[in-house]
Design a protein around this ligand. Sequence first.
Ligand SMILES: *[C@@H]1O[C@H](CO)[C@@H](O)[C@H](O)[C@H]1NC(C)=O
Ligand SMILES: *[C@@H]1O[C@H](CO)[C@@H](O)[C@H](O)[C@H]1NC(C)=O
Ligand SMILES: *[C@@H]1O[C@H](CO)[C@@H](O)[C@H](O)[C@H]1NC(C)=O
Length: 690
Amino acid sequence: MKPKMTLRLSFLLNFLLHLLYAAAEHESPTSTSIIFASLGSRSDNAFDIFQLPILDPPSITNEIKITDGQSLNYNGHFPSPSSILSLLPNQTLIHTRVRPDPPPFELIYVTERNGTWNIYYDAVYHYDTPRSTGSRSALEDLTIRVQIPLLGFVQSENRISFKDKPTLSREYLVYVSTHEDTGEPRTSWAAVYSTDLKTGSTRRLTPTGVADFSPAVTPSGTWTAVASYGAEGWDGDVEELSTDIYVFLTRDGTQRVKVVEHGGATLPSEGPVSTESVVVERVTPPGLHAFTPATSPGNENFIAVATRRPSSKFRHIELFDLVKNEFKELTRHVSPQTHHFNPFISPDSTRVGYHKCRGESNERKSTQLLLENLRSPVTDLSLFRIDGSFPSFSPADDRIAFVDFPGVYVVNRDGSNRRQIYPESAFSTVWDPVRKGIVYTSTGPTFAEPTTEVDVISINVDDDHYGQPSFKKLTTNGENNAFPYPSPDGKRVVFRSGRSGYKNLYIMDAIDGEKGGLQRLTEGPWSDTMCSWSPDGNWIAFASDRGNPGSGSFELYMIHPNGTGLRKLFRSGSGGRANHPSFSPDGKSIVFTSDYAGVSAEPISHPHQYQPYGEIFTMKLDGSDLKRLTHNSFEDGTPAWGHMYIKPLDVEWLKGGPRCSFEDCHWLNEIPNHGAGTTPLVSPKTQCRA
Ligand SMILES: *[C@@H]1O[C@H](CO)[C@@H](O)[C@H](O)[C@H]1NC(C)=O
Ligand SMILES: *[C@@H]1O[C@H](CO)[C@@H](O)[C@H](O)[C@H]1NC(C)=O
Ligand SMILES: *[C@@H]1O[C@H](CO)[C@@H](O)[C@H](O)[C@H]1NC(C)=O
């Protein structure tokens, strides 16, 4: 009797201790963490907003960085001078801290910081003339920044959301937010909202069932133009969206009319707005890409555009004179080898703003994050973006394996001891649940044909007495073998292989590989891939295009390791994508990436993302409780579910400054044959009356 009692007691004690620890970390015993990757390196998009004077010759000495060099700042808007100060509740604070003369540079912009998106207002005051003329750092030494978040969590109904393209019109802040679920698969959650900054009350301007992007408000504030999906909705396009331009009353979203199918327009100066009354006129000449135009509020004779000329790989900001029909290049004279995005012009038309990588300046380097904590919509789940791809947690969650092309790396969860464990091109990582320090990966090219050589290997991370950890090839047939995932007892590995001419699933011995025993799990003229084994050993989840082979549409399935019990887990509407399923530690849910929420922003206004619609979702295995975890314009993918709760804090690492090595939208032709993107252009000529 007695020993049993002791056992029970110690079990109880352990359990209580666990609860205590859990309480100390503000978690419940079921709390967990998810880690995922965004395409490229998200820290490469280290954007700040800069401005150049329009009248002076463009040069590096008169370019001024307005935002603070923290995190990601982009898509700015210059409000009318001081119009905002009177609206802000803390104006006394502002005025006691700074003198109003000379007036500050004021900016409204989108920022992703502290794990979430917001729209910020910055006023940058500079008191004296620069000590040495033309020295930017001297000017910045003398500045005081007032920085105010314009939206609270409550303005998005306490939901996580992406924010984009703000404009301040009188007391109304007009912007895009993704906080409302459309309830329909493959429809964007992006909609235009207006928040009254005096009262904080918020109104949706986009009708339900419709997605609106890139709002542009007329200088009078009366009308707002948007790029929008019509009744047909999103067709899966991730390059140039087939949007139409609609115009509605900024006041309440009424009098909404389609003015242009797929393009830009000039609104009539008088009378009602309709397809008939709107003049569509090509503005910029052929022979170069011109996108994201911005009108000039104080001088209707020119506009600002981002261009890509055939002679350059970089996107630059130029002015286009509508009278003389000629360009004036701006940013190419300042930073020729840098992309510049989404110009906007000051109310008096003397300054043009844009965002670009802050780069490695002589200023303080911005923080590099190994793990960026994102605010999670689920209370007992913390969410991290890794600076790398294909992350996976070790069984004790104390180490992370990931891919940083080319090569596989392991790093301690606190950011220390980062080291390469495999030097060649590889993708997917997963740790053996039993044998300590064993990481599986597949080495070879990604997205290759079934017959391309890709091999599954196991790496012994801790066996590095020759300077590089030892590894073992588990497949040797020269076909496309990838996405290994071990069974919970560590004895077998499921993987996909192209050995039959199609990518199907197989199971092999975890130690001796296919030579130690090979079992075919799925068979058919389609692709089954990205498999993962459930913690109880009874299920393998995977992605498959068997519903429409070769279409690019993938759905999630589950199957028993003995080949029985196949069932569909998730389908992202007709023609949709769902990929990279991974089980929760309790085996009741999966995390995966999907286009279920469409795109959140116009791809043309962002650096290249292959699938700007990839967001991270979780759901229960019975298909219930679908939750969207991420909101942004990046391609999020390769999620992995950890075994325990990691405190929601960023983890920094020493990695040097932002590299900014991303591509512009690489689907853009070198020599374009037609010009304008779909971002609406609202002419300052517009004097529409409601
Ligand atoms: C005004 O500023 C003070 C000090 O920063 C802050 O504590 C307070 O919450 C602010 N009030 C509002 C309404 O934002
Ligand atoms: C960061 O976000 C947390 C909530 O996740 C909030 O409590 C905190 O005040 C925020 N900090 C800043 C500086 O905004
Ligand atoms: C296949 O495996 C599942 C669970 O792993 C089990 O429930 C089922 O009975 C098995 N079927 C056969 C035919 O062995």
